[in-house]
Design a protein around this ligand. Structure first.
Ligand code: ATP
Ligand code: MG
Length: 315
């Protein structure tokens, strides 16, 4: 599954707030880069958490994180104006930017900001002019579900509204890229939390209504199956009749709560697998690990579980 994803030019990482979009985006991008794919990570979050995790300042210009891996933030005024300068000649643009009317439209016109953001992503894939080297892969850590969906919808709506004009043609190009499953993959991240599962299913449904496939769902933060009820019972038996081991009963309570959490997760996973059309990949919770260390642990898991085709080929 991972190999099929890394074959594309664009991977859009979607999901509810806080489910792990940034962590999964960072892992996919670093995995691609370490496999020799020249990769750009676009962060919709202006605080640039991924650049920061590498000790780099977030910027709207590309910054190198590790060999083959670059990042930039998206959505600031600068990145939008940088993109627009490829669509509108620069002298005209300077006048446009200075005008009160432009300022009014950017803030008031529904979807214009989203369209320019998607335009910038498109531009990085299709229109990097020499001496800039092209990206083989762009991973887009998108905003949380609602805003991301309006970003994805906008080019489809704008190509109808603007027809055969500069904006209409640009919207058509972006829509073509998003709709081409050989070039673009939409992936969703969720946790076992019921709201996150509901949003993921709704996301898949909305994408399908735009004729866009969800290539994969990452079911994140699954508790590792480290022990069973039998292990807990054995531990309690050890403590029985030995007052010095009384604390074992407290530990057993904690362990039981953990098992309950795990069975809630299995139920959520079963619902997701039943109701979704796409492949679901489980990603383990890595307690106490964050940033680049977390990305490295997640990559180990993706390499282990996400490439079944490779493993079977090697068997
Ligand atoms: N598999 C995991 N194991 C352990 N911690 C994780 C895992 N995935 C994510 N986290 C932690 O969960 C928190 C939220 O993750 P992350 O920032 O990636 O989510 P997000 O969806 O990008 O959030 P936001 O909506 O705020 O952008 C972070 O502290 C991250 O380190
Ligand atoms: Mg994030």
């Amino acid at each position: 599954m991972i190999d099929r994803l890394l074959d594309r030019r664009l991977i859009v990482v979607l999901g509810k707030g806080g489910v792990g979009r940034t962590s999964i985006s960072a892992s996919i991008a670093a995995m691609a880069a370490r496999g020799g794919i020249r990769t750009l990570l676009i962060e919709a979050d202006l605080r640039g958490p991924i650049a920061l995790s590498y000790g780099k300042s977030p910027t709207f210009e590309q910054v190198e994180l590790e060999p083959n891996l670059f990042a930039m933030t998206l959505g600031g005024q600068e990145s939008l104006e940088d993109y627009l300068s490829f669509v509108v000649p620069r002298p005209i643009l300077r006048i446009v930017f200075a005008s009160a009317l432009y300022q009014y439209f950017v803030h008031a016109a529904p979807g214009l900001r989203e369209l320019t953001m998607m335009g910038k992503v498109y531009h990085e894939i299709e229109r990097r002019a020499p001496p800039l080297k092209p990206w083989k892969l762009v991973v887009f850590d998108a905003p949380a579900s609602g805003q991301a969906l309006s970003m994805i919808r906008t080019p489809f709506a704008a190509r109808e509204t603007f027809g055969d004009s500069v904006v209409g043609r640009e919207a058509q190009n972006i829509a073509n890229l998003l709709g081409d499953s050989a070039r673009c993959a939409m992936v969703a991240v969720t946790t076992a939390e019921s709201l996150a599962i509901a949003e993921t299913l709704e996301l898949e449904h909305t994408l399908a209504s735009l004729k866009l496939d969800t290539a994969a769902i990452f079911f994140n933060r699954v508790s590792p199956a480290a022990f069973t009820t039998g292990d807990i019972a054995r531990m309690v038996r050890c403590g029985a009749g030995a007052p010095a081991l009384k604390h074992l009963e407290v530990l057993a309570e904690v362990a039981r709560a953990e098992l309950q959490r795990r069975s809630r997760e299995r139920r959520a996973l079963a619902i997701l697998r039943r109701q979704s059309q796409c492949e679901v990949l489980e990603i383990e919770e890595r307690k106490g690990v964050t940033g680049t260390a977390l990305a490295s642990r997640l990559i180990e898991q993706l390499e282990r579980d996400g490439a079944p085709d490779l493993r079977t080929a090697g068997d």
